[in-house]
Ligand binder design. Structure first.
Ligand SMILES: *Cc1c(COP(=O)(O)O)cnc(C)c1O
Length: 219
């Protein structure tokens, strides 16, 4: 199936209130334009340099999401245009985002990445650490970042039951945080392999790459 057919198929599977972020990392502009011409406007990348280059070359009404781990010294390159940073995991990073967003008189939406998978390699912070960031005076005083929700990645496993447990845990956490934080609107969970489970667990934003653009080739 083509990129546009894949987009249409996924759009038909998800409720209208769930946001689809098309993860276009490693994919050429032509593929992104095909999705764009099928109506997709929200794209996600995991490398700042690649996202910045694509932002420069592609239509300006695209909303760019950074879904990968962010190095603080590179925040400045995406500060002029990035709309959501999904994987914020420290107050230090948030401070840098606030500083760089201020230079462009912008407010950048951020999600805190919660570690829900058991694998050591997965990034993310604990619920307590997330609370600490949200409650900190430093964050409360930031004018140019807004924490709008949580993001998580489930364990890479065949066990649907395990994935469901991890997503349910994140959804429950999200609901609890929402009680205390008026800005909370977004729960980013679900990728190509598990977005159907994430939908059942109440995700509000899915990040789908290979099911739209095909397998990635890193060579
Ligand atoms: C690459 C990536 C995705 C998309 O992965 P697929 O399995 O291709 O859908 C989603 N989220 C993050 C953080 C990613 O890095």
């Amino acid at each position: 199936m083509s990129v546009s057919e894949n987009i249409q198929k996924i759009k038909a599977e998800i409720p209208s209130e769930v946001t689809l972020v098309a993860i276009s990392k490693t994919k050429p502009n032509d593929d992104i334009l095909e999705a764009y011409n099928a109506g997709q406007r929200i794209f996600g990348e995991n490398k700042i340099q690649e996202m910045t280059q694509k932002w420069e070359e592609l239509p300006k009404d695209i909303e760019w999401h950074m879904v990968g781990h962010v190095q603080r010294n590179k925040v400045k390159y995406m500060a002029p245009f990035v709309s959501v940073i999904h994987a914020v995991d420290s107050l230090k990073l948030l401070k840098e985002v606030n500083k760089q967003a201020k230079k462009h008189d912008r407010v950048i939406n951020c999600l805190l990445q919660i570690k829900i998978a058991e694998e050591e390699s997965k990034y993310g912070i604990t619920i307590d650490a997330a609370k600490e960031i949200l409650d900190s005076e430093a964050y409360q005083n930031m004018q140019h970042v807004k924490i709008t929700g949580l993001m998580g990645m489930a364990t890479l496993t065949e066990s649907e039951d395990k994935i469901r447990k991890e997503f349910t845990f994140l959804r429950t956490t999200f609901e609890a945080f929402k009680e205390e934080n008026d800005n909370f609107t977004t729960l980013s969970m679900g990728m190509s392999g598990d977005y159907k489970i994430a939908l059942k667990c109440g995700t509000t934003m899915i990040r789908v790459g290979s099911s739209i653009f095909g397998e990635r080739n890193y060579n």
